[in-house]
Design a protein around this ligand. Structure first.
Ligand code: NAP
Length: 259
């Protein structure tokens, strides 16, 4: 049993859907007070209302993590509503596909602006409140794509997700004196609205590439984040946790065919 997270103030960016919504739900089930962040206010509020209808504490805010003023507003509202910030889950991300030969500089900037700069801006905005608590947790949703693997169409995405790991390693050192840990979860293929939108053929191909022969659930990622947010994980910082059903393990296609 881990120490309770009851009443801890938790921010989850990109929590109106998918993995972030799963993280928000699981943290709320454990008694945390959750601030749900997404650009689309109606979806963010619907996710918060779902949590409240099952007895949890959650509210929402419309904000774009690639915008510095919006990130300042996220931190301000969390402090105003919850009296401080204990845990920040930097999960908001986008994954549009574009091959290198077609990719524009604007597309590159857009993906890096949300996935990588958005992580930095969110953490920076929350720092004063985290430091004031004298302890804290930052949990970044990276990916296997970029840090470990590659996939055609996702060079900008992979660069953003690998960049997040470079960010956490130095952030973990700088924030260690404040008892703030900074870690990343690296999901494999997780069944979310974003992945469903890529179509049944993509999902079937991904399922075949995973030794456990299933895509992950949002709870698979949420429980990894929950552990990293626990008091018991306080000596773990600057680290990565792959949650992928073994997807990165096969050294060749034959390893999967021989199962
Ligand atoms: P998703 O279902 O598409 O949900 C993305 C969430 O992020 C939504 O709530 C979206 O809401 C929000 N968002 C996007 N841009 C934002 C911005 N600029 N500011 C604030 N919120 C923003 O995605 P997902 O599949 O759950 O992915 C979530 C994270 O996990 C991403 O960082 C992704 O890279 C990572 N990941 C996912 C998988 C997977 O298999 N699903 C695998 C590896 C890593 P709005 O559009 O309303 O803003």
């Amino acid at each position: 049993m881990l120490t309770s997270l009851a009443d801890r103030s938790v921010i989850v960016t990109g929590a109106s859907k998918g993995i972030g919504k799963g993280i928000a739900r699981v943290f709320a089930q454990k008694g945390a007070r959750v601030l749900i962040v997404a650009r689309d206010m109606s979806q963010a509020e619907a996710a918060a209302a779902e949590i409240r209808s099952s007895g949890g504490t959650a509210s929402s805010i419309s904000a774009d993590v690639s915008n510095e003023q919006d990130c300042a507003r996220i931190a301000h509202i969390a402090v105003e509503r919850h009296g401080g910030i204990d845990v920040v889950c930097c999960n908001a991300g986008i994954f549009p596909a574009a091959r290198l030969s077609d990719m524009t500089a604007a597309e590159w900037d857009h993906v890096l602006g949300i996935n990588l700069k958005g992580t930095f801006l969110t953490v920076k905005a929350c720092l004063p409140a985290l430091k004031a608590r004298g302890r804290g947790r930052v949990i970044v949703t990276s990916s296997i794509t970029g840090p470990i693997t590659g996939y055609p169409g996702w060079s900008h995405y992979g660069a953003s997700k690998a960049g997040q790991l470079g960010f956490i390693r130095t952030a973990a050192i700088e924030l260690a004196p404040h008892h703030i840990t900074v870690n990343a979860v690296l999901p494999g293929n997780i069944l979310t609205e974003g992945i469903e939108a890529m179509g049944p053929e993509y999902i079937a191909r991904m399922t075949a590439a995973i030794p456990q022969r299933r895509l992950g659930t949002v709870e698979d990622i949420a429980y990894a984040a929950l552990f990293l947010a626990s008091d018991e994980a306080g000596f773990i910082s600057g680290q990565t946790l792959v949650v992928d059903g073994g997807q990165v393990l096969p050294e060749s296609q034959a390893a999967l065919e021989d199962l």
